[in-house]
Design a protein around this ligand. Structure first.
Ligand SMILES: Nc1ncnc2c1ncn2[C@@H]1O[C@H](COP(=O)(O)OP(=O)(O)O)[C@@H](O)[C@H]1O
Ligand SMILES: [Mg+2]
Length: 373
């Protein structure tokens, strides 16, 4: 090896590490033009002082939903002074009060008085401000399923969606963001009768799209020749398993650190393989953290056994949650669709075909993620 192959102590492989941070909003955002345009179209009335169309963005983790709404909100900020766009991360602001406080803070630039003020009062302050300033409010509720317990989602949605009826002159649009349409199970009929959103779907990226997007990150994130074509292909093949781009960006970063640790000027396949060991749980844990509480309980029951018959599983699940068969059946199908469990029929049951349910990942990995979720 010549001296040139070895990294000096103050040298790095990363040209710009921030490009590989999870919350980086890239300039180049391809393969989502139709989704971005659908969003722009729905929000267009707001630019003319009218109530926008409500939207529902649906797609699995790592398909660009959060980034897409950030992009469009940035455009609004730059071009539409009469519109206030607020993105709420419901994983962080997970109560009706926290959501409304977030909106309040963005409108007034200060936190609401936190002692003893009711949700309703806070909401009225927001609405009165909108009416007197003649501004239109657009609220994106990101990972909305986190608001589902204890009726938080219902009250927030109901208030925002019906504001124009209760307070003439109030103009509010709501954008829900979820992984799966079934995440809306918690909305009651009062909300469903007024929430008839434009659905905007975010499908998994295909291999060529993943490669295109990751190439761009490599170009801005690393110095030339650090990431070979072969290395990038291996990373894409790992990402393909889940379609979650977050995994790809995380792998680039970790592989780079692994190569630096060896003092090498290039990432080798071994650096990627090692990084994958550390990062493969990232997607699983994130996906599991997004499940509803009863889905988590069901997954835990499944992971604690090698395999269970559907009937027995339902009995334990019902004892634990009091939920009925229809909900149970829907959740098993969803866990199967998300690839966490296998639920195949066997020919062996007493009355013919029985469904045998088991996890598709190492049970220990699933239980570990559940502990963190
Ligand atoms: N079309 C795209 N072009 C470039 N980067 C993307 C694209 N879609 C997603 N990403 C990146 O992938 C990661 C996950 O995207 P994110 O918007 O958080 O997905 P979601 O909200 O659907 O889980 C982010 O780092 C984001 O920058
Ligand atoms: Mg997101």
């Amino acid at each position: 090896m010549t001296g040139n192959d070895i990294l000096l102590w103050d040298e790095t492989l990363f040209k710009d590490l921030s490009v590989l941070e999870p919350d980086y909003l890239p300039e180049y955002f391809p393969h989502r033009d139709s989704q971005l345009n659908a969003l722009r179209f729905a929000l267009k009335p707001a630019l003319r002082g009218m109530r926008p169309l409500n939207c529902l963005m649906v797609g699995p983790p790592g398909t660009g939903k959060t980034s897409a709404i950030m992009k469009v909100f940035k455009e609004i900020e730059a071009h539409a002074p009469g519109v206030v766009a607020v993105k709420v991360n419901c994983q962080i602001d997970s109560t009706r009060f926290a959501v409304m406080s977030r909106i309040y803070r963005q409108l007034f630039g200060i936190s609401p008085p936190n002692s003893g003020i009711a949700f309703r009062k806070l909401f009225e302050a927001v609405v009165n401000f909108l009416i007197s300033s003649e501004k239109v409010l657009v609220v994106a509720l990101d990972d909305l399923n986190y608001l589902c317990c204890e009726g938080h989602a219902n009250e927030v949605m109901y208030s925002l969606l019906r504001a124009h009826e209760q307070y003439p002159g109030a103009k509010i649009g709501v954008i829900g963001i979820v992984n799966d349409a079934s995440d809306l199970y918690c909305l009651d009929s009062r909300v469903n009768s007024v929430f008839l959103p434009e659905e905007i779907s975010f499908p998994r990226y295909e291999e060529a799209e993943l490669l295109d997007i990751l190439k761009d990150r490599v170009r801005y994130g690393f110095y030339p020749k650090v990431v070979s074509g072969e290395v990038l292909e291996l990373i894409v093949s790992y990402v393909e398993k889940t379609g979650d781009l977050r995994v790809g960006i995380d792998l680039l970063r970790r592989s780079g650190f692994n190569a630096e640790r060896r003092g090498s000027r290039m990432i080798l396949l071994g650096d990627v393989e090692k990084a994958y060991e550390a990062s493969k749980l990232l997607h699983l844990c994130r996906g599991i953290s997004l499940l509803s509480d009863p889905e988590k309980q069901l997954l835990e029951l499944i992971a604690k056994k090698d395999e269970t018959k559907a009937g027995e599983l339902y009995k334990s699940f019902h004892e634990l949650t009091q939920l009925g068969y229809t909900r149970f059946y829907g959740m098993v199908n969803r866990l199967q669709m998300l690839n966490y469990v296998d639920a195949d029929f066997t020919g062996k049951g007493k009355r013919g075909r029985t469904r045998i349910i088991k996890t598709k990942y190492e049970a220990a990995d699933i239980l570990n993620c559940l502990k963190k979720a």
